[in-house]
Design a protein around this ligand. Structure first.
Ligand code: 26Q
Length: 820
């Protein structure tokens, strides 16, 4: 007997059909005959929302009246993905929905496809926030996600006829968006600019302009927890009525300028996910959403109190700072406590320190946010004063601890140089209770390198919480075939809310029948992806070949160029007859990657991948052996379809550069094998799935450091190029115009970088990478062996559930738990 714990349907299929019909009639105003798929989608969304409202209200009530501390997850990005299937799963209405839409004359997939994916994030960090609020709700922890409802999400990516990335705006709100509920009655005023004056011995901020922050609420339903939390995304509206006395056209345009400017604050998601530029609008966004969120939390937890006692604020809510983007919330809470509520500095500081914790997501020094002090001073003069005072207190504290002067200089929050600036990571590290990295190796490197000075002085602040991904979206929903097999194998579906139960599959790795079924599931997923790729991208995939995938943002440190050079080398070997065509393992390589619009090297790499794809796919000599595709517009939907269909996943960043990675976890959980370096969470994946079930290659962090010390990035890479004929041939083919119709100029910046700097050591790791690929091919030729390894990857990856990550945060950092 199979135990089923999935949510029970609150209504029958007929009843749910009736509810959708009601929505069509009374909300959309269309008859079932008139209804399009888009109409049915909106109606179904509204119908399922209604089934979540009671649990939502109860959760809010229990959160305020109970004594369980809530979590406020402050994040500039929430990359949610489509909502309908997830809401249906958690409401227990999936089958009822399917029956209902069929009764209305549609296929369920048509209705799901009618939803437009919200892209309110760049990549890993934004998707992590979405997984975490899913897990918080599923565990039953009272929580708010606080962020920004951008009008334009991450750009949509296309390629032009030369293979270059073209960005087009993502106006995701062009059609009805049934999930967000705009609540004009819970608005907040957020002010900017002006000056600080002295009044009765107090510093008083006289801002120059204000923006109205209006919350748009999204329900975040837990899986089987009966809890529904809130994702509150702020949108900027203008306050000022325009001056209707002016009818002259140019004056009219002048009069609306402040309105336009105010609403610009939440207009666009910045598409850079490293090397942030110090743009004023970005700082306005950050302050806008954290100021609104902090005031909102006070309103929620001290309802109706004009003069609340905020000394227990940190017992009501703990704020997690998702990277440095919300760190301006620290001086904001200080300001609110002192200037708006009259607390003295020390009391405010005590509350603030207890309230905030900081998660760091990077190791690259250039990715740490640093704001020019003059810019902060112009936009937020009072906050700059507070930051300077925090810095003074910090420096005094370090001096009292006898920290050496040069170390204090390195640690300053407010730099005292020619153009003073504020280091947000340092502010967060000093002002908060805990600092955590996102994988074991990353947390160690934070302590030993990036934030070493801080960890030396405040060792007790440093913690690790290894990232995780939600098994609801990234296993149960995205891979229904494998999910059914897991449930059959384990005799229960409880693994969906306790992913450690996947361990029960370990013995089944030696059950030939189970392993065969597992391989059949993978094949079915590959066949399904071929259909998806045909309809979405117009490409023909041969699903009898190995599906080899590399999907993630385009970055030099992630080393898409290592993969493409290896491919070029293989292509050349087949062409030249160096390897016998019949000995080549047939492979389909798929890339997906967006580049920041201003990141020239990344864009050039995309262009190269597209042109390698063009040349290889049109070459009859390698037909059936090698195909390369750059799939456009990698997003959550593509991930959900592609990951379950992948045999081999590439996680080949230079050791010491990828903080964690989360795609790596999704692939392992879906029965792909990984080829990877000892970087980020790869280290833990390999430990858990077993070294024999992971294709490891490349230098370690120590070896990388040693090579830098030898001056590698100042000409050291050429030696590798000269020494390895395969590498030389591949680089030369890029240089000689093979992938640019003979034009030797197109890729010269890439080639030049490889041969003179190669900061991320693609050349140095090339040999090891080619060698491991040969081993991979040999393994893949034994399908039963490969499938067994894949089963063991799934069975041993339960640790990478975001439920486990959240349990770690609860225990190590938040010190709170689920509602009773
Ligand atoms: C900052 C200031 C101005 C403009 C943009 C930004 C900005 C935006 C997004 C900076 C960074 C990001 C995103 C970073 C990110 O996604 N990091 C990834 O986080 C994942 C979750 O922890 C990790 O798995 C990845 O290793 C890490 O690269």
């Amino acid at each position: 007997m199979t135990e089923i714990t999935a949510p029970k349907a609150p209504v029958t299929s007929d009843e749910f059909t009736g509810e959708i019909r009601e929505q069509l009639k009374y909300t959309q105003g269309v008859t079932p005959e008139q209804a399009t798929a888009a109409d049915v989608y909106v109606a179904a969304a509204a119908a399922v929302r209604r089934h979540l409202v009671d649990a939502w209200m109860k959760t809010q009530k229990d959160m305020v009246s109970g004594d369980t501390k809530a979590v406020g997850y402050l994040s500039a990005e929430f990359l949610m993905g489509k909502q309908l299937s997830n809401a249906l799963l958690n409401a227990g209405l999936t089958e009822q929905f399917e029956a209902a839409v069929k009764a209305l004359g549609f296929e369920p997939q048509q209705i799901v496809d009618a939803e437009y994916e919200p892209g309110l994030g760049n990549g890993g960090l934004g998707r992590l926030a979405a997984c975490y609020i899913d897990s918080l709700a599923s565990i039953g922890v009272p929580a708010f996600g606080y962020g920004i409802q951008y009008r334009y999400g991450i750009f949509k990516q296309k390629f032009d006829d030369k293979g270059r990335q073209i960005e087009t705006p993502d106006y995701w709100l062009a059609n009805e968006e049934p999930w967000g509920h705009i609540d004009y009655n819970r608005d907040q005023r957020v002010s900017f600019g002006g000056k600080v004056v002295e009044e009765n011995g107090r510093r008083v901020w006289k801002p120059a302009w204000s923006v109205r922050a209006v919350p748009v609420d999204y329900m975040v339903p837990g899986y089987t927890s009966q809890r529904v939390n809130t994702l509150r995304l702020w949108t900027a509206k203008s306050y000022d009525e325009f001056d209707l006395l002016t009818f002259n056209e140019s004056e009219y345009l002048d009069a609306v300028k402040p309105q336009v400017a105010a609403e610009n604050i939440t207009k666009i998601l910045y598409p850079e996910d490293s090397t942030p530029q110090g743009k004023a609008l970005r700082l306005e966004q950050q302050y806008f959403f954290v100021a609104a969120s902090i005031h909102d939390a006070i309103r929620v937890f001290y309802p109706g109190e004009a003069n609340p006692d905020l000394t227990n604020f940190a017992d009501k809510i703990v704020f997690q700072l998702n990277d440095t983007h919300p760190v301006i919330g620290i001086p904001e809470l200080m300001r609110v406590l002192m200037d708006e509520h009259g607390y003295d500095w020390d009391t405010a500081w005590g509350i603030t320190q207890k309230t905030f914790n900081y998660t760091c997501h990077t190791l690259l020094p250039e990715a740490l946010e640093v704001w020019p002090a003059d810019l902060i001073g112009e936009l937020l003069p009072r906050h700059l004063e507070i930051i300077r005072k925090i810095n003074d207190q910090f420096v005094a504290e370090l001096e009292s601890k006898n920290v050496a002067a040069d170390q204090i200089e390195r640690m300053r929050i407010y730099t005292d140089d020619e153009r003073p600036s504020v280091r947000m990571a340092f502010l967060a590290s000093y002002a908060g209770s805990y600092v955590n990295g996102v994988a074991e190796l990353h947390s160690e490197l934070l302590k030993d390198v990036t934030l070493k000075d801080f960890s030396d002085v405040y060792p007790q602040k440093f913690a690790n919480v290894t990232n995780g991904v939600t098994p609801r979206r990234f296993v149960r929903l995205s891979n229904p075939r494998m999910s059914a097999l897991i449930t059959e194998g384990l005799g229960t579906d409880r693994w969906i809310s306790d992913l450690s139960l996947l361990k029960g599959l370990v013995p089944l790795a030696d059950d030939a029948e189970f392993v065969r079924k597992f391989a059949d599931v993978k094949q079915a997923n590959k066949d399904a992806f071929a259909v998806f790729a045909k309809s979405h991208y117009g490409i023909d995939l041969d699903s009898s070949t190995m599906f080899n995938t590399m999907v993630k943002r385009l970055h030099e440190y992630k080393r898409q160029s290592l993969k493409i050079l290896a491919l070029i080398s293989t292509y050349a070997d087949i062409k030249s007859g160096k390897v016998n065509v019949d000995d080549v393992l047939p492979r389909t390589v798929m890339f997906g990657a967006k580049s920041a619009p201003g990141y020239a090297m990344a864009k050039l790499t995309i262009r190269l991948i597209n042109n390698v794809s063009r040349v290889v796919n049109n070459d009859p000599d390698v037909k059936g052996k090698l195909a390369v595709h750059m799939l456009p517009n990698y997003n959550i939907e593509m991930a959900e379809n592609l990951i379950p269909a992948t045999d081999l996943d590439e996680q080949i960043s230079q050791a010491g550069k990828e903080a964690s990675g989360t795609g790596n976890m999704k692939f392992a959980l879906n029965g792909a094998l990984t080829v990877g370096t000892l970087d980020g969470a790869n280290v833990e994946i390999r430990q858990l799935v077993g070294a024999e079930n992971f294709f490891l290659f490349g230098m370690t962090v120590d070896e990388v450091d040693k090579l830098y010390a030898e001056g590698y990035d100042h000409g050291g890479s050429r030696k590798y190029y000269e020494a390895d004929p395969r590498l030389k041939q591949a680089v030369d083919m890029v240089a000689d115009g093979t992938f640019s119709d003979g034009d030797k100029d197109v890729y010269k910046d890439l080639v030049n970088d490889w041969l003179t700097h190669d900061y991320f050591m693609t050349m140095a790791d090339f040999g090891a990478y080619m060698d491991i690929q040969a081993e991979i091919e040999n393994t893949y030729r034994e399908p039963a062996k490969w499938a067994r390894m894949a089963v063991l990857n799934v069975a041993n990856s339960g640790y990478f559930s975001s439920d486990r990550s959240i349990e770690d945060y609860l225990e190590r950092i938040w010190h709170t738990g689920a509602l009773a």
